[in-house]
Design a protein around this ligand. Structure first.
Ligand code: COA
Length: 499
């Protein structure tokens, strides 16, 4: 009953929004209706008050009489006038802002139009989903696993960083020697996978991208590891004495150089962060329900991403090659916009799969407490806000280890920001060009274009217009880069095959 009552109340409120919207905008301009309606002040239907409701029968009778009287006066006033000064709902002056129904309509239209696309796709291409084919994306030769071998080899670089830090903490290595070893180690991390991908023919583009992605993560983590340990050394030198072990609750905090252990290093290597810390915030326990939910999401979205790529993206990309080769501009635009929808949907799914499901899964497993992997980038009204909030682990690393150190060295904000975007553009290009074995700079230019775009949106578009500009740049910009790379890749492969 309580639920029913509550539901009824909600329903009444939902309708009331409409009525209140009208009532709220009532501003008599000429007083005509008010003058014609002396009893308009009694507009609140009955004037019910709790006291009246639960009064004696006598009071009830008096009330019912006065109600009848009020009702009659209202009727008379209604007969005399039926207009009020008020705004139309869709004009911004009405103050009306309940667009729930419109949002539902958008969702229904989205489902219907995609269902049509889905049917059309099935009728035209049949079922193209083939989970076994995914294996061939990683492996060319079942007896050669170069990407997996590269990932295993990356442990050597992790160990070199740990060994160097230990020697530095003991004073066996001087700071310049330590810095040199770290620099060589990081340079090898950057170049070794490039050499393998470019020289070993059995590395597939997807396998290469996976290995390079892991190496990039290791590089950023070890850079952070070196920085933080150096800061600790500087601090302890400044204090001239290492901090005593601080106890808080039942977990003791680690102090430098007590953190330089294999266990601590591998915790950081697997933790969903790029920024090292001696004492990461930890969650009290592993929540099995949460962990299972994330695992199911990971498996489900992996399947869905693969299926949609095979069934939806690849046919559009294949059909776009001809218009691209012929430089048929109108057809190219049509294919670009056609690709934008599945590409964007896949990107959104990838976001959820990676930043919510996968990172939370590993965080839960490691009891890693800081789960801020993303913020509300979807509300971004500026490009700057988008980059601050969409990939928090990378943004945090950029701020802590690159942007702020540059600012502290006296570089201006614009130079420091440009340097961060340049670095980010370099890694975007690195992760695409090397696995594809071709250098076209589309990803690099896409990232560098963020600077003028940020300036333009920040200065000329505000509020909803800014938000729409951010969405458009995401929806159209990405498929453009995808088409360019795929086109160049096919042309290159086609030429190689025909030569
Ligand atoms: C370039 C980038 C780091 C700028 O970040 P931002 O948040 O716009 O930078 P801001 O100028 O607002 O300053 C950020 C911080 O620097 C601090 N800061 C500003 N000027 C400073 C100065 N002169 N000295 C020290 N600190 C300073 C601010 O106080 C602020 O600190 P807080 O984070 O603790 O609040 C960001 O846009 C970025 O991460 N870009 C790249 C993202 C990317 O490539 N992601 C890849 C995803 S795939």
């Amino acid at each position: 009953m309580a639920d029913l009552g509550a539901a009824g109340a909600t329903r009444r409120r939902r309708r009331a929004t409409f009525a209140a919207g009208r009532g709220g905008s009532l501003v008599p301009m000429n007083g005509a209706s008010a003058a014609a309606c002396p009893s308009a002040g009694t507009a609140g239907h009955s004037g019910d008050t709790p006291g009246q409701k639960h009064g004696s029968p006598e009071t009830a009778r008096v009330n019912s009489k006065s109600e009848k009287h009020t009702w009659r006066s209202e009727k008379q006033s209604d007969v005399l006038s039926c207009h009020k000064t008020r705004e139309s709902l869709l004009s911004s002056e009405s103050g009306y802002n309940n667009y729930r129904g419109i949002l539902n309509w958008c969702v229904v239209m989205l489902i219907l139009s995609n269902a049509r696309l889905f049917l059309e796709n099935l009728l035209r291409h049949g079922i193209l989903v083939d989970p076994i084919q995914v294996v061939s994306l990683f492996l060319k030769d079942p007896y050669s696993w170069p990407a997996a071998c590269m990932v295993i080899v990356s442990n050597i670089f992790i160990m070199v960083a740990l060994y160097t830090e230990r020697q530095l903490s003991k004073g066996s290595f001087s700071e310049p020697v330590g810095l040199t070893i770290h620099c060589i180690n990081l340079t090898v991390i950057l170049t070794f996978p490039v050499a393998v991908v470019l020289t070993v023919p059995s590395v597939t583009p997807v396998g290469g991208a996976f290995a390079l992605g892991i190496y990039t993560i290791v590089l950023l983590k070890l850079y952070s590891y070196r920085d933080v340990n150096m800061w600790c050394r500087d601090l302890s030198r400044a204090k001239a004495k290492n901090c005593p072990a601080v106890k808080s609750g039942d977990s003791s905090k680690v102090c430098y150089p007590g953190n330089l252990t294999i266990k601590d290093m591998y915790y950081f290597a697997f933790a969903p962060t790029l920024c090292y810390e001696l004492n990461f915030p930890r969650s009290p326990k592993i929540r099995m329900g949460f962990l299972l939910r994330r695992l199911v999401e990971m498996l489900f979205f992996t399947q869905l991403l693969v299926a949609l790529t095979q069934q939806w993206m690849i046919p559009i990309i294949q059909s776009s090659m001809k218009p691209l080769e012929d430089m048929d501009l109108s057809r190219m635009m049509e294919r670009l916009l056609r690709l934008a929808v599945p590409n964007h949907l896949l990107w959104l799914m990838f976001f959820y799969w990676f930043f919510h499901s996968s990172l939370n899964f590993s965080a839960e497993l490691l009891r890693f407490g800081d789960r801020q992997f993303y913020n509300d980038w979807w509300n971004a009204e500026t490009v700057t806000y988008f980059w601050q909030n969409w990939n928090i682990p990378v943004h945090k690393w950029c701020l802590r280890h690159f942007y702020k150190p540059l600012l502290r060295r006296g570089f201006s904000k614009i130079v420091s920001q440009s340097a961060v975007f340049f670095l980010s553009a370099f890694f975007h290009e690195y992760l695409v060009s090397i696995p594809l074995r071709m250098f076209r700079l589309w990803a690099f230019m896409g990232m560098m274009a963020q600077l003028p775009l940020a300036w333009f949106v920040g200065n000329f578009l505000h509020g909803n217009y800014g938000n729409a500009a951010v969405w458009i740049s995401l929806i159209v910009g990405q498929p453009f880069a995808v088409l360019m790379y795929v086109h160049d890749y096919y042309v290159l492969r086609y030429r190689e095959d025909t030569d």
